[in-house]
Design a protein around this ligand. Structure first.
Ligand SMILES: C=C(C[SeH])C(=O)N1CCC[C@H]1C(=O)O
Ligand SMILES: [Zn+2]
Length: 598
């Protein structure tokens, strides 16, 4: 009978979850070995383990789909079967599965091992993205040098283009084998909502006015600094914004601050002066989580993580990442940390992933994921919003505690956070818009690059420093494109993290919508176990329920909305409108000349 089958299915699901945990552990160990030491031997080992895991997963899947799970009465059991009824990439025939795995590894290797020559010293040709090229983009104020590294990095990563075309083909084949129309639908399935793309578009439209104000102000300041290479009304040249992808503008804060005289002690130089190192940065991050009564890092975390780029000559993937080894004790971060505030923020971001792993480690493996992928990216950033507050920076001594707590300092701090959070939004939105167009067949490989610049120009309002063509493949200059990592999760995170922050701040008594003395941007939830407990309750759910249920546990809301972010930046939004009017700044940009020819 169906009842008997459901009882049998429960026992089956318990055993299957334990089996998947062991399989995932083996795969993750092999993936870690390769990612932390790129050698042919480690690649072959990883491909071998993936092959075996895919074969076993397919056998399990054939058993799983035999159950009449859609008719089961138990919601939880139905939900676990529903998730496991989607096999994923292992649905590909073995040799295509392996080809796809190798293509993604090879694209990542091109990116992770790419080196360029220095602008000044033409014989020095061992510059990696981290830390050398990243530091140049952050600190150089020589537009020629910035243009050189911008062009050279793209020249060295563009060779991934042919592999990317193959990747699109195999990825779509896998999606179709899973009954999705393309990879786009396969990626969006995580959000469990047929209107999710529309919801994201609506939110971007609500946030656009704030972005346009910041964009106009920054263009004015860049034109003051660099002259006519920055036009009055056109898009901003992408190489001048302090970041390889112009996705966060925090590195141009020093000459764009609203109140430059209020020397916002440069936090990074303060960290260096106080002898910060990577280990101290991660210990301090852990201390913040523990102050909320969240779970501390495990012994394995401290023994096995990589916090500093190894100097033994090995090649490795430096892009920061957080790893769950599915044995409820082994969790690791791999980050090539530099001592600066940006990497201090990233340390909190990565530890947010680890905290989520810790909070849901008792769940069956099928539920050990974020409520949606945006949740996973938001956890650490919620902590960083408190850590970045003037109040907290004074608490930990990175802002001189007898700096007067005046509006100038307050606005400068809010502005610096805005240079990361507001500037990011169009980039977070366009990255997958461009890829969806390719997966859906609207953008062919003849148009990859000029379509990329179409989105970059029309949505983000940036343009290349020199003309581009279809001989270039600029999207491959970004890790997530070559590493098969969806990106919508970051746009979602940058929106919902302010909803989470607002709820946590209210619980901490740090924010009161009716008390102008307690605005959202001044909140620091440090040591609030009340806020911590509510956050923990949301995280413990993993993906066991649809994400609105998880969001409701912390915020009482069931919808993603822009109100948290807009409320947080309201004072800055107002200041930018007044300042832009004063400067007669043109709001938006005219996209006249084509900067990309077929
Ligand atoms: C830090 C990580 C690892 Se999940 C990252 O990729 N982030 C964090 C912010 C956006 C995105 C990026 O660097 O592009
Ligand atoms: Zn992340």
């Amino acid at each position: 009978s169906l009842e008997d089958e459901e009882i049998r299915a429960k026992a089956y699901m318990k055993l299957l979850n334990d089996k998947i945990a062991v399989r995932n552990n083996r795969e993750t160990i092999a993936a870690w070995s390769y990612a932390s030491n790129i050698t042919e031997e480690n690649l072959q080992e990883q491909l071998q383990v993936s092959k075996e895991a895919a074969k076993e997963a397919k056998e399990d899947w054939l058993e799983t789909i035999k159950f009449n799970w859609k008719s089961f009465s138990d919601y939880d059991l139905r939900r676990q079967f529903e998730k496991l009824s989607i096999l994923g990439r292992s649905a590909l025939p073995e040799e295509k599965f392996l080809k796809l795995e190798k293509i993604i590894s090879d694209m990542q290797t091109i990116y992770s091992t790419a080196k360029i020559c220095d602008y000044k010293n033409k014989t020095k040709c061992d510059l990696s993205l981290e830390p050398e090229i990243t530091d140049i983009l952050a600190t150089s104020r020589d537009p020629e040098e910035l243009e050189h590294v911008w062009i050279e990095w793209r020249r060295k990563t563009a060779p991934a283009k042919d592999l990317f075309k193959e990747y699109v083909k195999y990825s779509n084949e896998a999606a179709v084998l899973n009954n999705f129309t393309s990879t786009t639908e396969y990626w969006l399935h995580d959000y469990e909502s047929s209107t999710f793309v529309q919801e994201v578009e609506d939110i971007w439209e609500q946030l656009k006015p704030l972005y346009l104000q910041l964009h106009a102000y920054i263009r004015t300041k860049l034109r003051e600094r660099y002259g006519s290479i920055v036009s009055k009304k056109g898009p901003i040249p992408a190489h001048l914004l302090g970041n390889m992808w112009a996705q966060s503008w925090g590195n141009v804060a020093d000459f764009t601050l609203p109140h430059p005289s209020t020397k916002n002690a440069d936090i990074t130089s303060e960290m260096i002066k106080q002898g910060y190192d990577a280990n101290k940065m991660f210990k301090m991050a852990e201390q913040f989580f523990v102050s909320l009564n969240l779970t501390k890092m495990t012994p394995q975390f401290w023994e096995r993580s990589i916090f500093v780029k190894p100097d033994d000559g090995r090649e490795l993937i430096c892009h920061a990442s957080a790893w769950d080894f599915y044995d409820q004790t082994d969790f690791r971060i791999k980050q090539c940390t530099s001592v600066n505030f940006e990497d201090f923020t990233t340390a909190h971001h990565e530890m947010g992933h680890i905290e989520y792993y810790l909070q849901y480690r008792h769940q069956p493996v099928t539920y050990r994921r974020g409520a949606n992928d945006g949740f996973h990216e938001a956890v650490g950033d919620v902590m960083s919003l408190s850590v970045s507050s003037t109040k907290h920076l004074k608490r930990i001594g990175l802002i001189d505690s007898n700096m007067p707590d005046n509006d100038a300092l307050d606005l400068n701090t809010l502005f610096m956070i805005g240079l990361d959070k507001i500037a990011f939004l169009p980039f977070g939105y366009l990255m997958d818009r461009w890829r969806w167009g390719i997966f859906d067949g609207n953008t062919t490989s003849d148009d990859y690059n000029c379509e990329w610049w179409h989105y970059r120009t029309t949505i983000q309002g940036v343009e290349p420093p020199v003309d581009r063509s279809e001989k270039d493949f600029d999207a491959a200059s970004k890790y997530h494109i070559v590493a098969d990592v969806p990106y919508l999760r970051y746009f979602v995170s940058f929106v919902i993290q302010f909803q989470f922050h607002r709820a946590a701040c209210e619980l901490a008594g740090e924010y009161d919508p009716n008390d102008p003395a307690k605005p959202l941007h001044k909140c620091d939830i440090y040591q609030s176990t009340k806020a911590g407990e509510a956050i923990a309750k949301m995280l413990q759910m993993g993906s066991s329920r649809p994400w609105p249920d998880a969001m409701e546990v912390l915020t009482g809301q069931r919808k993603m909305d822009a109100s948290g972010l807009l409320e947080y930046f309201r004072p800055l939004h107002k200041w930018l409108e007044v300042e832009n009017k004063k400067n007669g700044a043109f709001i938006g940009w005219e996209t006249t000349e084509k900067k990309c020819t077929k």
